[in-house]
Design a protein around this ligand. Structure first.
Ligand SMILES: NC(=O)c1ccc[n+]([C@@H]2O[C@H](COP(=O)([O-])OP(=O)(O)OC[C@H]3O[C@@H](n4cnc5c(N)ncnc54)[C@H](O)[C@@H]3O)[C@@H](O)[C@H]2O)c1
Length: 259
């Protein structure tokens, strides 16, 4: 259903990585709905095109660049280019991530390296590239997607939990160092969200019925989140509604991490 932009992010410019599907896509749509001009970054051309189409239907403004967040030069071109073209950069949601499953002995060193590269290093690069623009204009909001696996421990997920914990440490350190520039940096920590990201795990668990039973038992709220529910928190972290929040790990997991 078409709806028009409501305005709490009017005149803001936002970049979202991994915005071609799932939580990143829902967040990009919500930021645009609230009036931001959204720059969609994703390695999937189809995902980029779909997100642009959805943003159009909510009356939002957006553009897209197909890139891999592991490519430093492409990331620099997109982030510096956005700031140059639009004259500002207010919001970075660095979202793209991967999940490599397994125990210490199961995960190959290459799986650990890949997890570090996408779940930590790519966020470091994106934030590092966005920071000079935000600092120069007197502030900004950086949101880095971690997971509730960044605040507690899963079974047999050494590469995932290690990288997701590490990126929260990075967020907190950047928040401490850049608060004086009015740049806020927070981590988004979702639990189970019904997106294609969980496809391989659902298969491993034995299909949809098995995962539904697992989710019902393990999560106090007894269900998955929708990507749209998580998107509301992305708008909150991006906007002045969270003006005094920095260095925070915002856990949205139906109570799973405390259960
Ligand atoms: N879905 C969940 O249950 C859940 C829970 C906690 C955390 N997360 C985190 O959210 C992020 C993604 O989850 P989602 O549910 O939105 O997934 P998704 O699979 O729906 O979407 C991920 C998007 O990221 C893009 N992408 C992946 N690697 C990329 C790369 N190297 N460069 C550019 N784009 C890339 C994909 O093309 C895809 O469009 C990850 O960081 C994940 O750890 C997800």
């Amino acid at each position: 259903m078409a709806a028009s932009a409501t305005g709490i992010l009017n005149d803001r410019v936002a970049i979202v990585t991994g915005a071609g599907s799932g939580i990143g896509q829902a967040g990009a749509i919500a930021l645009a709905r609230e009036g931001a001009h959204v720059v969609v970054l994703d390695m999937s051309p189809e995902g980029c095109a779909q997100t642009l189409e959805f943003i159009k239907t909510v009356g939002g403004k957006a553009e897209a660049h197909v890139l891999d967040v592991r490519d430093d030069d492409a990331l620099a071109q997109a982030i510096d280019g956005t700031a140059r073209e639009h004259g500002r950069l207010d919001i970075l949601h660095s979202h793209a991530g991967i999940q490599v499953a397994g125990t210490l002995e199961q995960v190959e060193p290459a799986g650990m390296d890949a997890s570090w590269q996408v779940n930590v290093r790519a966020h470091f690069m994106a934030a590092r590239l966005a920071m000079p623009h935000m600092r120069a204009q007197g502030g900004g909001s950086i949101i880095v997607t971690s997971s509730n696996s960044g605040v507690f421990y899963d079974h047999e997920m050494i590469a995932y939990t290690t990288s997701k914990h590490a990126v929260i440490a990075m967020v907190r350190q950047v928040a401490v160092d850049y608060g004086k520039y009015n740049v806020r940096v927070n981590a988004l920590c979702p639990g189970w969200v019904d997106t294609p990201f969980n496809g391989p795990f659902i298969e491993q668990m034995g299909g949809r019925a098995a995962i539904e039973a697992y989710v019902k038992e393990k999560i106090p709220l007894g269900r998955w989140a929708s990507a749209e529910e998580i998107a509301e928190s992305i708008v909150y972290l991006a906007s002045d509604r969270s003006a005094f929040m920095t260095g925070h790990a915002l856990v949205l997991d139906g109570g799973e991490a405390i259960y």
